[in-house]
Each structure stands twice: as structure tokens, then as C-alpha cells.
Design a binder for this molecule. Sequence first.
Ligand code: AMP
Ligand code: ZN
Length: 460
Amino acid sequence: MTIKLYDTYARETREFVPINDNEPVGLYCCGPTVYNYAHIGNLRTYIFEDVLRRVLEFNDYRVKHVVNITDVGHLVSDADDGEDKMAAGAARMGKTAWEIAEIYTEAFMQDLTHLNIKTPDILCKATDHIAEQITAIKQIEEKDLCYITSDGVYFDTSKDPDYGYLARLDVKGLQEGARVDKGEKRNSTDFALWKFSPQDEQRQMEWESPWGKGFPGWHIECSAMANKYLGALFDIHCGGKDHIPIHHSNEIAQAQACYGTRLSNYWMHGYFLQTDKNKMSKSSGEFLRTETLIEKGYDPIAYRFFCLLAHYRSDIAFSWENLDSATIALNRLREAFYSWDDGGSILDDYAQRFRTHVNDDLNTSQAIALVWELVKNNDAESADKKTTLVHFDQVLGLQLTEWAPAATAAIPHDITALAQTRQDARKAKDWAAADAARDAIAAKGYEVVDTPDGFDIKKI
Ligand code: AMP
Ligand code: ZN
């Protein structure tokens, strides 16, 4: 069965055809800038990418999933002035940039575990790939597509006739209407490939280069590492929709210069999680982490379930009420699943319809509607329903088989002792003592019931 995916580059849904039948599908996803924790908005994008990976695997493709860790070079402003986010984050924390990179990378891995997001096959740090980035900048320089200013090496976007095609940017309009001070940049859309360390300052993260001591720009990191691990043209490149006009447009311009490709055959983008009509961002607004959810008593998988209820190409509004509803629904599903028998077989009709939904540009909301249809189907054997849901959960990732109801509250020790006294009294035919023990148990809110093997205690 075919998979259809929406490709932002083509602005249409296209049937997925892998570049190479004998190789795993190459999937590159822009990863976190580790100057702060990931918020649940960022995590929505990683959940979308995880579902994409799972759908490919569900269709028997092998996948090579690469995620970068931006631990240098992402500037506070898109205009390429301002501080490196890592240096700013380190100053805020009173630690080194290297230390905070480690802390937030570890926290990111923890987030992936909490949300049952599969670990990428390759997790690559920008700071481990400085040589590859310098090589890519040299290739751009050889083609005379960059220039040097007093603070860095810049890509000259005016020399790329296709610049901004991904975003359908009106480049001419942007240049004419640019209100930002271009500084020494020739065009407002030009971007840094390499930034020089300030003369009078020893940076924590800096490297020698043919152009002078400094650090790489953010965009070159992704083009260079994607090329290293997946080749000059691979299958799918993902990120949040905010990356379309700048980061991914710049990645494509660099790849065009270095390798003569648009880097990826499909470009896919996850839409935003919003709070109170604003996007959730690391620098402003409400900042919610998976840890925040856990502290408030929520199961992070309920957040994953909440994300699956909407299509990845629509913005969603976060509210505690919405998360409450998702939690209730998920628990209903878990309880139904738990109550069913084991050992059934997959219901073919449902399996086919499920595949049709998820292969239709990851239509998870339709897939969840089908899950409820299955739950409510009283004609099907419960064991078959269970096995069918286990099959679906390969894509949904709700860890249904791992869930069990919370154990019923333990019976206090004094109640068990009283029940034992009552049983001993009955054996000794001391009915008065047995009744007295029963009354004492009842007075404490419990009931003792005789069973063939002894007794059971229940809370009244
Ligand atoms: P960052 O760590 O800021 O580079 O972002 C990591 C990923 O999260 C990128 O793919 C962003 O496009 C994405 N992202 C940022 N904010 C949101 C949001 N509010 N909702 C969904 N995705 C987001
Ligand atoms: Zn990237």
C-alpha cells in the first residue's frame, strides 16, 4: 500500500517513493538547541516525527533517523547579530556552554523516553562536526557564493536564483521592504556561515578556520551533518513550520551550492502548539515541560495521545482542560484494552483501514476515531480486538501493553490480623469471638468474606 506525504517544497501531497530501494529511508530531523529545556511545543514536533518514522517502519521500510544537537552557533536573533544562544544560556545558568549542552541534552533524552519517542539512530552534535562544516563553507567559497565582513563569512543569497523557493519567499519584496539594519550584509536574506570571535574576547566555544578564529553559523550545521550521514540527496527532512522561511531555506541554498541538490526529496513540517493564541516559545510566554506535566500528576503519554488527536499540519491549542479530556479518554482506552483476553488475531478489515489512515499523510485523528470504533464493536471477540490494537500501537506508541490499573489500596495490617483471629475462632467454634472480630473489622470500614481457601477482605 502506498504512503502519501505532504511535501512543503512541492506544496502538495506526493506518493512516497524512496530514493534507493536497497538502503534505509534517510530521515533528518532538526533537533534541539540545548541552551534550555525542550518545551511541550518542541516535543509536539518530535512526536510528529516519531509517528512518521513509525509509519515508515509499519510499512516495512528500514529507517535511518538522524537528529542533530545544536550546541553552538544558533544566534539569539535571526538577523545574525546578537549573542550565541548557548553563550547566553550558560551565562544565565552560571555554567560553561559545554556543561549546559550536556545538561539539556540529557534532559532531552529523558523527554524522548517519557513520550515513548524512539531514540534516533544517529544523534550528532554540531561541535563534533566543525571540520565538516568548514569543508562545506570552503565549497561555497570556491563557487564564489559568499563574502567576508568584519564579523563573519556570509552566504550571498542574491547569487542563488532559486533562493527561498521552499517558502515561496518574495525575495525582491523582502529586500526592498527590509526594515532591519543590514549592517555590512549585502542583502537582508544573507546569513552567516562562520562568525568571528570578537577580538577582545576569549569565547568558550571557538575554533580555528581559514577565515579566522570563530564558530559556525547554525544553518551550515544541518546541511553538513545531513550530507555526512545521509548523503547529498536523501529522502525526508523534517522540522517545525517556523523553519520553512529561514533555516530550511538556508539549508537548501547551501546544499545547492555544495552538492547541487535540494538536500531532501521531501520536506515536511509540523505545525505549532499554541497557548492562549500565542505559540509556545523558549524565550517568551508559558513554558511547559514534560516535567511540569509529571509534577502536576499527568502521564506524559496522555500528552502524546492529545497530540495524536489532531493532524500534524494544524496548529493546536494547549489547555489543561484539553489535557484532562485526553487523559480521561486514554484511561478509558487502557481499561478496555486491559479487560480484554489475550491470544486473538488481527482483524483484517480494521488493520487495512488503519493503514489507509496513517498512510494518508499521517492522519492520526482518523486512526484514533477507528480505535474507538473498534473499542465499541461488541460483535468482535475481545482477544481479536486486543491483538488488533497491539498492531495499531506500533504506530501510536501509547504503550498499551505496559499499562495496568493501579493496585488496589493495600489492606492495613491490623485488619488482616483481626480477620485471622476471626478465622482461628471459627475453627475453634468460638462463635462469639468470631463475631466480635467481624464487628471490629466492620467498625474500621472493612468486610471479611469467607472463601474456599480462607478469606478475602474488601473495603466497604
Ligand atoms: P529549537 O530547540 O528551538 O530549535 O526547536 C526544536 C523544534 O521544535 C524545531 O523543529 C521547531 O520548529 C519546533 N518548535 C518550536 N516551537 C514550537 C511550537 N510551539 N510548537 C511546535 N513545534 C515547535
Ligand atoms: Zn536544522
